[in-house]
Ligand binder design. Structure first.
Ligand code: SF4
Ligand code: SF4
Length: 344
């Protein structure tokens, strides 16, 4: 654990920006916040509440070319990744990236995702300002003790840095020698994390997250899916803003002469009407209620079955704010189910 003053931290960020790496950090965007390429240290905001979009587009771009090909069987895999530093990732977004790391490296190893991910150094930061819809405390994602290269905690007169990996050590070397954090610094850091563990909870979940897969086992035919979906626009905003939604569609563009083409993928969303349309124009999830249910089953049943019980909702609260008819809040649905069918 190291300590760095605010001035020295700003110098460190400047050194990063002029290095060979691409540096992305949280910045103000009108009255909200967004991740974006950082041009000067003064633009970095570690006191933000939540960003409009999570940093997932840096690990999984909204659209990317996977390969190009030519008649005759030649093809080129397009794997392009350079060193990138993500500055200011909140714990819940970090958990989401770590979940994607597991999902993209098991079964079908995704060479494109993993090549990019290996080049990324994550400088996470503890939450300094709770957002109005966060419920990370309920989901166990308000604080983290692993998964980052460096974790920053604002302790009032400077930052405590937990430098956890070789990538983190290589990065922080740009700041020159730093003093160890004192006992008082560590106590302040602990106080920030204890507070966040309890208080990032605008929508408290009435059970432990680990109970959700069991709850959903008994809720498949519950009327709530139909009720909630009645006002759903199928706009997909809840998927778009979600740090754990990673579904994509793969398509081919073939040149007019039919001699070459490229294969690309782009984000998709399970709430969109054509998400489940397959050959023959058959849509196996045509009903809005089925799509609405699928999203919440995916978060709390299907993904946990793949990655050791981890719930694929990290409580960032973005979907709550993004949904115009106000039906996307997972906690509202899970709590209503708990109230109606109880715990067994
Ligand atoms: S489901 Fe909503 S609250 Fe949960 S991680 Fe996704 S956007 Fe955030
Ligand atoms: S739940 Fe809300 S955000 Fe999601 S698709 Fe329906 S209307 Fe859009």
């Amino acid at each position: 654990m190291k300590k760095i003053s605010q001035e020295a931290f700003a110098q460190f960020v400047t050194a990063l920006i002029v290095s060979e790496r691409q540096v992305v950090g949280v910045q103000a965007k009108d009255d909200r916040f967004a991740f974006g390429p950082l041009e000067q240290a003064a633009d970095l905001r570690l006191d933000y509440d939540v960003t409009i979009l999570p940093p997932k587009n840096y690990v999984l771009p909204p659209r990317e070319t996977l390969l190009t090909y030519e008649v005759g069987g030649t093809y080129n895999s397009m794997i392009e990744a350079g060193p990138l530093v993500l500055l200011g990732v909140h714990p819940y977004d970090l958990v989401a990236i770590n979940q994607m790391d597991e999902l993209f490296s098991q079964d079908q190893y995704d060479a494109h995702y993993m090549a990019r991910r290996k080049q990324i150094t994550i400088v996470a930061c503890d939450v300094a300002m709770p957002s109005k819809n966060v419920f990370a405390s309920s989901m166990g994602t308000a604080v983290v003790d692993k998964g980052y290269d460096i974790l920053i905690t604002d302790v009032g007169e400077g930052y405590v840095l937990d430098v956890a990996t070789d990538k983190g050590r290589e990065l922080i070397a740009l700041a020159g020698p730093l003093p160890d954090a004192s006992d008082q610094d560590l106590a302040r850091r602990q106080a920030v994390q204890d507070k966040n563990r309890k208080e990032l909870n605008r929508h408290p979940l009435e059970c432990k997250p680990s109970y959700l897969p069991k709850l959903l086992e008994r809720a498949y035919d519950h009327p709530i899916w139909e009720q909630k979906a009645q006002t759903c626009f199928s706009c997909g905003s809840c998927n778009l803003v979600c740090p754990t939604c990673y579904c994509f569609d793969v398509q081919d563009d073939v040149d007019w002469d039919l001699k070459k083409g490229c294969r690309w993928r782009a984000w998709d969303g399970c709430l969109l009407e054509n998400f489940a349309t397959v050959a023959g124009d058959h849509n196996f999830r045509k009903r809005r209620a089925d799509r609405f249910r699928h999203r919440l089953y995916r978060k709390a049943k299907y993904v946990p079955e793949k990655i050791g019980g981890q719930i694929a909702c990290v409580g960032c609260g973005r979907c709550v704010g993004a949904c115009i008819p106000d039906i996307a809040n997972p906690v509202a649905v899970y709590n209503a189910l708990l109230e109606d069918i109880g715990m067994d």
